[in-house]
Design a protein. Structure first.
Length: 401
C-alpha cells in the first residue's frame, strides 16, 4: 500500500525531480550536508540522554558532550559537504555543542513528565479507502500529569519560525494523528518544537477540524504526486544543498564544469559556447548603442533641414521622409496638484458640462475651435503645459514606369 512521510511529501513540494530520483528511482548518494550531519549528532546525544534516564542513569553535561564529540568523530567523513564556505566544520561542531548545553541547562533534571517513547515509529492510515498511509519517527513522546501527551521534536535549524508557521506545520500534526488513541485517558495532545540553536520552545495544539483539513490537503497532494508524469525540476535557494545536483538538468553542467581544472574549464564545450554567446550579445549591444546614437544625430539633422527649408516631406533615392511637428497644450490629469484648481475654475465659469466632467482632450478641442471667449480661454490655458512632438515617417517610393 502507498506509504508517505512528511519528508517525502516536502521533497516533492520542493522539487518533483528530486522526489523522482530519491523515492521512485531510489538513487543513493554518498554526500550529506553538514547541517543535517550536525543535527543527527545532536539528536544522537539527546536520544542517549533520555534512553539512559529510562534506566535511571542521569548523564552529566560533560558525559553527554563527550558522547556528542565521539559520535561526531565516528561518523565524520569527507563526503560531508559545507555549502556556506564562510563557516568551518568546527563552527558547526561548536553550534551543536551549544544546542546540547543550552537544552541540558534549561530542562535539568529532566523531570518534566514521563518519557513513553524515544525515536518512536508511527504508522497510520490517512485514507483507508484509498490505501494511503503515513509513517514517521517521533523524537520523544512524554506523559504529563497522567493525561497530557507531549510530542517533542528537536530542530537545529538556523531559522526560528513564528507561531503561525508552527500552527501550519504538517510534521508534528502527523505525529498527533499517529499517537491518537494509543494510550488511555489522554485528554490533550501537545505539539512541542525545541529550536535548539535559539534555546526556544514553541507549542501548538491541533483541533479535530484542523486535523481533518490536513488529511484532505495531504490526500490531494498525494493524488497530485501519483498523477505526475513529468516530475520537472524546480529551482529554489535550496538547490545548493541538494544531493542530486549532478543528476539535475538545471544544475549538472555546473557541477561538472566547476570540477574541472582552470585550464580545462574554459575549453569545455558548454562553457565555451555560453562565453561566446555572451561576448556576441555584448558586441551587439555596443553596435546597437552606436547605431542608435548615429540615428538620433541624423534625425535631428533632418528635422533642422526640414524646418530651415520649410518642408514637410524630404525625398531620398527610394524613400520619402514625412516630417511632422506638433505643439500641443497638455492639461493636468487626475492626481496632478493643478487638477483640482482647474476643476474649480471651469465649474465657476459655468462650462463644466461642456468638457465632459473635465476631459482634458475635450477641453483642448473646445479651445482649438475658439468656442469660448478669448479672455476665458486665455485663463484656462494658464493651467496647461506645452508639449512638443516630432516624428519622421519613412514611406517607400513607388517605382516609376
Amino acid at each position: 500500500m502507498p506509504t508517505y512521510s512528511h519528508s517525502q511529501l516536502s521533497t516533492y513540494e520542493t522539487c518533483p525531480h528530486q522526489y523522482r530520483l530519491h523515492y521512485i528511482q531510489k538513487i543513493k548518494v554518498d554526500t550529506a550536508g553538514i547541517e543535517a550531519f550536525m543535527g543527527s549528532r545532536v539528536h544522537d546525544a539527546l536520544e542517549k540522554l533520555y534512553r539512559d534516564l529510562k534506566m535511571t542513569k542521569l548523564n552529566t553535561l560533560e558525559e553527554l558532550l563527550t558522547f556528542y564529540h565521539q559520535s561526531w568523530e565516528k561518523n565524520w567523513s569527507e563526503t560531508v559537504q559545507i555549502i556556506r564556505k564562510e563557516y568551518s566544520a568546527e563552527d558547526y561542531r561548536r553550534l551543536g555543542e551549544k544546542c546540547i548545553t543550552d537544552y541540558y541547562k534549561r530542562y535539568y533534571p529532566f523531570d518534566q513528565g514521563k518519557t513513553l517513547g524515544i525515536e518512536e515509529t508511527i504508522y497510520f492510515p490517512l485514507e483507508e479507502e484509498k490505501g494511503y498511509w503515513i509513517r514517521g519517527v517521533v523524537d520523544r513522546i512524554a506523559l504529563l500529569d497522567g493525561s497530557i501527551l507531549e510530542i517533542h521534536d528537536y530542530k537545529t535549524s538556523s531559522r526560528l519560525p513564528g507561531q503561525a508557521d508552527v500552527e501550519a506545520d504538517r510534521q508534528l500534526a502527523f505525529y498527533h494523528m499517529g499517537v491518537e488513541g494509543k494510550w488511555k485517558d489522554i485528554k490533550e495532545i501537545k505539539l512541542i518544537w525545541h529550536y535548539l540553536a535559539f534555546d526556544a520552545e514553541i507549542q501548538s495544539l491541533r483541533t479535530p477540524e484542523k486535523l481533518q483539513q490536513l488529511r484532505q490537503e495531504t490526500a490531494e497532494l498525494i493524488r497530485r504526486i501519483e498523477s505526475d508524469r513529468d516530475f520537472s525540476p524546480r529551482e529554489s535557494p535550496l538547490c545548493d544543498w541538494c544531493d542530486y545536483q549532478g543528476l539535475c538538468p538545471k544544475r549538472k553542467h555546473r557541477i561538472v564544469a566547476e570540477s574541472l581544472p582552470p585550464n580545462e574549464y574554459l575549453q569545455e564545450e558548454g562553457v565555451d559556447l555560453v562565453n561566446r554567446l555572451v561576448e556576441l550579445k555584448e558586441k551587439k549591444g555596443v553596435l546597437i548603442e552606436e547605431i542608435d546614437s548615429e540615428l538620433a544625430r541624423v534625425e535631428e539633422a533632418l528635422f533642422a533641414y526640414a524646418q530651415r527649408e520649410e518642408l514637410e516631406a524630404v525625398y531620398g533615392r527610394d524613400f520619402v521622409a514625412k516630417i511632422k511637428a506638433e505643439i500641443k497644450e497638455k492639461y493636468p490629469l487626475k492626481g496632478d496638484p493643478n487638477r483640482k484648481a482647474l476643476d474649480e475654475f471651469i465649474k465657476n465659469a459655468g462650462k463644466w458640462m461642456e468638457v465632459s466632467d473635465l476631459n482634458p482632450w475635450m477641453l483642448a478641442r473646445i479651445l482649438e475651435r475658439g468656442g469660448w471667449p478669448p479672455s476665458l480661454a486665455k485663463k484656462v490655458k494658464e493651467f496647461s503645459t506645452i508639449e512638443k512632438n516630432r516624428s519622421i515617417t519613412l514611406t517607400k517610393l513607388k517605382v516609376r514606369d
